[in-house]
Design a protein around this ligand. Structure first.
Ligand code: BMA
Length: 340
């Protein structure tokens, strides 16, 4: 019997496949992955680490598009079913708040989150090095870039889908300027999306799970459930052959989301399929978005695979919450408020 509920909208036409017999873990892959292959659009070599939302009965996405000159930019895509995508050839026409064109040097790993009636794009931008960029739209025609919320260096900006206690809440992962060999997840609040503060530590890397021993970073926008905020994230380990990115899951306190309630000691998805193990960067699973249906508890997770493809995976809120509780491990002082 289902006891855990998603607190959100119904989405009966979201992509879905039932759990196959003998699935190894609580998350299973879409059988026809990858849903976006190489060279999907003229001038774009690879699309991965991207975000989607339901919009006007269809789906719209902000995609990390690696152009054929090697730079990542953000491109819009549309889909009837959330699986077959039409991606625009031109990058998203961002403007600044005065309405003038604004072109970030590079833009990658977007998240796309609706708060009230506005859609926010949060990405990794160039601000004297890697930092968090933000923009907003209500119609997916005009996109206004807002002030950068945080100082460099920082990545993996993840906005909560509603205000908590009247404030916007954003996770981020402070880091270094390169392929950062460290990183924990922090949380910041803002009353106006301009001034950010009340910074809290949320989660450390590590614990018994060596799959997340090097660094971690937030994933899709947290999903509100009757047990708290469910968040998928990436955890990274080092090997003699380079880094390996897996997906983990955590449940944060509903009212004080800097507190970890349950955190899975094991990954919930790790590179196993050819499109995850082989590509521009081998062995990467990097989740950036989910679609959910509150009526059935279904969750579809969009993830970048091997910095080359987009994959979709599924779970239900009951499956994943049960799994996270059953494999829970407390890491350091993560269960506290995160104020030193
Ligand atoms: C991280 C980010 C991600 C990428 C991952 C693996 O530092 O740059 O965009 O998927 O490395 O290359």
């Amino acid at each position: 019997m289902s006891t855990v509920r998603i607190i959100g909208d119904s989405l009966p036409n979201m992509p879905w496949q039932e759990k196959p017999e003998g699935a190894a873990g609580p998350v299973w892959r879409h059988a026809a992955n990858p849903v976006i292959g190489r060279n999907p659009v003229k001038g774009i070599a690879r699309i991965f680490n991207s975000a989607v939302v339901p919009f006007e009965g269809q789906y719209i996405g902000v995609f990390r598009a690696e152009t054929i000159n090697g730079r990542p930019h953000l491109h819009l895509g549309r889909s009837q079913d959330g699986l077959k995508w039409t991606i625009e050839e031109e990058r998203i026409p961002l403007t600044n708040e005065q309405g003038e064109p604004f072109h970030p040097n590079y833009a990658y790993d977007p998240r796309l989150v609706k708060v009230e009636d506005t859609y926010y794009i949060i990405w990794c931008t160039d601000f004297y090095g890697a930092a968090i960029g933000v923009a907003k739209t209500t119609d997916f025609k005009t996109f206004v870039r807002l002030e950068n919320p945080f100082l460099p260096f920082n990545r993996n900006g993840v906005l909560f889908p509603r205000k908590i206690d009247g404030n916007f809440v954003m996770l981020s992962r402070p880091s270094d300027s390169g392929h950062t060999p460290f990183g924990d997840v922090f949380l910041s609040e803002s009353p106006d999306f301009v001034y950010w503060g009340k910074h809290r530590h949320v989660m450390s890397k590590g614990g018994q799970g060596w799959w997340q021993s090097v660094k971690i970073g937030g994933g899709p926008a947290p999903i509100e459930t009757s047990e708290g905020w469910l968040m998928f994230y990436h955890g990274v380990t080092g090997t003699c052959n380079g880094l390996v990115y897996s997906m983990g899951a955590v449940i944060l306190d509903k009212d004080e989301p800097s507190k970890v309630k349950y955190r899975s000691s094991t990954y919930v998805l790790t590179p196993e399929e050819w499109y995850e193990e082989r590509g521009f960067v081998a062995n990467v699973i990097f989740p950036c978005a989910t679609l959910t249906d509150a009526d059935t508890g279904r969750i579809a997770i969009y993830y970048g695979a091997a910095d080359t493809y987009v994959g979709v995976a599924y779970t239900t809120v009951q499956d994943i919450v049960d799994y996270v509780k059953a494999t829970h491990e407390e890491v350091g002082d993560d269960a506290g408020l995160g104020i030193m």
